[in-house]
Design a protein around this ligand. Structure first.
Ligand code: XIL
Length: 376
């Protein structure tokens, strides 16, 4: 009996180890395949170790007619010289992370607060940067007076028109591009989100917003912006149908913003992003990566490993934008990991951006620089 248990235990341990090894190997294979899905690319780190000052991203991007942007927070932009110097040095385009949202621009009905937005525009002009502005129509960050009011369809139309006329009109000629409508397609990709604007005005709120924005600033490029539709799939098909419909009806839309809040452990396929950019371009639309950041904290591997894989993804997105004729620019959603919305709003310990908590460039920074430098 004793012998039998001994034998049985040996067998059990052996089976346990065998199963464990098989699972580990499959998992490794799966993860490797997943990451290898077009993203893996050798990165040359030589530039990161040279002592000479390197050309900034904006200098490198300028050669290719590409905008390289950051979404900025007004507090550090105005009060922290480390932040503002870095922004002015590295980026050629600015987006307001929050300063141009409805709630902040019109906190009370007809009482507009332009101080923060004006400061952003002044900063951009002082540093010869363009502005990709965000956002005119979104179901979030709306003031209480608006969401708690009871409005007829006509009243809501006139509130929205007045907001767009006032805001777009104020900055007429100073804004390169506007996110006119943000996140209008539902998560499942089956149709429009049943949100505040759709409920109050009806699905044509989108056409109307683009028409009003165009009338208020005929030179601004007008974008539809969304997340989760970067590659191919139901949501991106739905976005495609939406913007194709706008084009077919002659609504003044000029581009699609791919937010690109990516996760290293759940990346879409690079090939499918390229195919999606291509089909949008074929409609005669520009494409921008508007809110790029890349979470890593739930990915496998050491932190060094993760940041290197993060760099490869940033590099591939840059390459994609450089080779796609209608990709006009890349904006990262923030500047340094310290202040990323992933940490503050989503409450996740992460490092999704190009600069670390001390504003030092990360592997991702050097990877973007390298992609820009090596492109013919
Ligand atoms: C986020 C900001 O980064 C946060 O500071 C704010 O609290 C909430 O909004 N998609 C968008 C952006 O279009 O406006 C969001 O920005 C991030 C997701």
């Amino acid at each position: 009996m004793h012998q039998f248990i001994q034998q049985y235990r040996g067998f059990a341990i052996a089976s346990f180890i065998a199963v464990g090894v098989t699972v580990a190997l499959s998992l490794h294979w799966f993860l490797y395949q997943h990451h290898a899905d077009g993203w893996a690319q050798p990165v040359d780190w030589s530039a990161s170790t040279t002592q000479q000052p390197l050309p900034s991203l904006r200098t490198l991007a300028h050669e290719h007619g590409l905008a390289i942007g950051a979404a900025v927070a007004m507090e550090p932009l105005l009060n922290d010289p480390t932040y503002s110097t870095l922004v002015a040095r590295e980026f050629s385009s600015l987006s307001p992370e929050n300063a141009m949202k409805f709630e902040l621009l019109q906190p009370q009905r007809n009482q507009f607060q332009f101080a923060a937005a004006d400061a952003l525009v002044d900063f951009a002009q002082a540093h010869k940067m363009t502005i990709y502005a965000h956002v005119l129509v979104w179901y979030r960050r709306l003031p209480d007076w608006l969401v708690k009011g009871h409005w007829s369809r006509d009243e809501l139309k006139s509130i929205l028109k007045h907001h767009i006329d006032t805001v777009v009109g104020r900055y007429r000629g100073k804004i390169a591009a506007w996110d006119v409508v943000n996140e209008a397609v539902n998560m499942e990709g089956t149709g429009l989100r049943d949100d505040f604007w759709r409920q109050g005005i009806g699905p044509d709120y989108i056409d109307l917003a683009f028409e009003w924005a165009h009338a208020a600033d005929p030179d601004a490029k007008l974008f539809y912006n969304d997340f989760g539709g970067e590659a191919l799939g139901r949501k991106s098909d739905q976005i495609y149908q939406l913007v194709k419909g706008l084009r077919d009806r002659g609504v003044p839309i000029h581009g699609v913003g791919l937010q690109s809040h990516f996760k290293l452990w759940k990346l879409p396929s690079l090939k499918d992003i390229a195919a999606n950019v291509q089909r949008l371009s074929d409609l005669g639309l520009d494409v921008e990566f508007t809110e790029l950041d890349l979470r890593v904290h739930k990915a496998w591997g050491s932190q060094t490993d993760k940041l290197n894989r993060q760099a490869q993804v940033y590099q591939q997105i840059t390459n994609l934008c450089l080779t796609a004729p209608r990709c006009r620019g890349i904006t990262t959603w923030g500047v340094s990991d310290q202040w990323s919305w992933v940490r503050f709003v989503l409450q996740q310990p992460d490092a999704p951006l190009l600069f670390d908590q001390n504003y030092q460039p990360k592997p991702a920074y050097f990877a973007v620089a390298q992609a820009l430098r090596s492109h013919p």
